[in-house]
Design a protein around this ligand. Sequence first.
Ligand code: F6R
Ligand code: MG
Ligand code: MG
Length: 380
Amino acid sequence: MSGRITLSVIKADVGSIAGHHMVHPDQLAAATKVLAEAKQKGTLIDFYVTHVGDDLQLIMTHSKGPDHPDIHGLAWETFKAAAKVARDLKLYAAGQDLLSEAFSGNVRGLGPGVAELEMEERPSEPVITFHADKTEPGAFNLPLFRVFADPFNTAGLVIDPKMHDGFVFEIYDVYEGKSVLMRAPEEIYDILALIGTTGRYIIRRVYRKSDNLLAAVVSVERLNLIAGRYIGKDDPVAIVRAQHGLPALGEILEAFAFPHLVAGWMRGSHYGPLMPVPLRHAKVTRFDGPPRLIALGWNISRGRLIGPVDLFDDVAFDESRKLAQFITDYMRRHGPFMPHRLGPEEMEYTTLPDVLAKLKDRFIKSEDAYKVVKRHSETS
Ligand code: F6R
Ligand code: MG
Ligand code: MG
C-alpha cells in the first residue's frame, strides 16, 4: 500500500423520480449502505453519496490508485443496488447508464462517468468536486481554462511566484481517443483553437508546470460514443485541488460565476446556461434544466473526507443564477431553432432522417417548384 491517496468520483444515472428529474432518497440510502460496508471492510478510507439531478454521485477515497478493479467493481455494485431500488419503485429510466450486464474490472466504457485523482496529500489538502447534470464534459473547458490560464480570472497566475510558470493541459480528443499535452501560457491560442470545440476536445487533466503536480481531472466519458448511439448526455464531474501554489478556492469558483452556454438540457439537444446551484437546488425542473452544477468543498486528511461544504450556497452567486434564468428565458424563446437547439450531428433526439426519408421524392429544383405552384394557381 502506497502513502498516496486516490479520490475517485464515479457517477451514473440509474433512475430517478417523476422523470429525468432527481435521484430518490431510497437510492441514496441503498448506495450509502453498500459503500459503508466497503468502508468497514477497509476497501475505502471514506466516502460520501449525493446527487445532482438524476445522477447518483459516489465520492470515495482509498489507497488503491486510479482504475482499480476493487473500486470500480464497488461502484458498479453500488449502482446496481440503486438501480434495483429504482426498479422496485418503478422510478423512471431504472438502470439507464449501466450499459453492459457484464462488469470486467473497469467501469470506463460501460456508462458511468469517472474522475480519479491520485495525490501525495499536502500538509493541508483542499479539494473541490464539481458535479453537473444535463450537460457534457466539454462544459468544463471554458471555466477550467479560465482557472488555470486566464490572468483576468486567476490573479495568482500573475502575482503568486509558485504559479507564475503556468500549467500543462492534457486535451483529449473523444473521437480519436488520443490526448495532447499543451503548455500555458506559451500555447494558449493553440489550446483555445482546440477546446472551443467543446463536443470533441476536452480538458481532461491539468498539471502545475513547475513540478507536474496533478491539479485537476475531468470525466471524459461520452455515452453516445460508448453505446454506438446517443444514450444520454454525459453529465460530467471534475476534481480540482486548491490553494498554496494552486488557484485559490475563490479563483476556482470565480470561473463559474459566468453561466456560459453548454450543450445538453432538454433531450440532450439544446444549448442552455450552466447554473451554479446549492445542493438543495440540485434538481432539474424547467425544460428538464437548465443545466446545473454543484460544487462541494473538502479537506482530505489522511484519506478522510472532511466536509462537504456546499460552495454555491452563497448569495455571491445569486446574480449568476439570476443571469442564468434570464438566459434561460432568452434561449427558450428560440423554441426549435438553432442556436438553442443543437446542430443535427450533436442532437440526442432527432426525427430528421425520418422526415428526410419521407420527403425524398418531393425535393425538386426550385424553378420546378415555382412552376408547379404557378400551374396550380392558373388552373384553379
Ligand atoms: C436529457 C434528459 C431529459 C430526457 C427527456 C426525455 O439528458 O435526460 O431531458 O431526454 O426527459 O426523456 P424520455 O425520452 O425518456 O421521455
Ligand atoms: Mg437521465
Ligand atoms: Mg443526468
